[in-house]
Design a protein around this ligand. Structure first.
Ligand SMILES: [Zn+2]
Length: 94
C-alpha cells in the first residue's frame, strides 16, 4: 500500500474513512522481547469500527525496536490477576 501524507485511507473492514489519531498504547508480544508496549503512536483509526492502521514508517520502527532489541527508556508495572483466584467469585453459567 502506498504511503503518502494526507492520503485518504478507507477502512479495510467497513470502508469508512480513517481518521488521523495518536494511539495512546499499543501492546506487542514479540517472542524475542515478551510483552512490550509502545506509547503515543501516530495512526489512522476507523471512526466506525475501531480498526487501526499504522503507516509503513511506524511499522518499520516497531520492527526495528524488536529486531534490534532496543532497550526501553522506562518500564511499567502492570497489575497481574491469576484467574484461578477470582473465577470462583463470579456467578453465572459455564
Ligand atoms: Zn471500519
Amino acid at each position: 500500500m502506498a504511503n503518502h501524507k494526507n492520503q485518504t485511507i478507507l477502512c479495510v473492514r467497513c470502508g469508512a474513512e480513517m481518521e488521523e489519531t495518536v494511539l495512546e498504547y499499543f501492546d506487542c508480544y514479540p517472542p524475542q522481547l515478551g510483552h512490550i508496549i509502545f506509547k503515543d503512536i501516530p495512526a489512522k483509526k476507523c471512526p466506525e469500527c475501531g480498526e487501526v492502521y499504522f503507516s509503513v514508517k511506524v511499522n518499520q520502527t516497531i520492527d526495528k525496536v524488536i529486531t534490534e532489541k532496543i532497550k526501553a527508556p522506562q518500564k511499567v508495572a502492570v497489575p497481574l490477576y491469576p484467574m484461578a483466584n477470582y473465577i470462583q467469585q463470579v456467578s453465572g453459567g459455564v
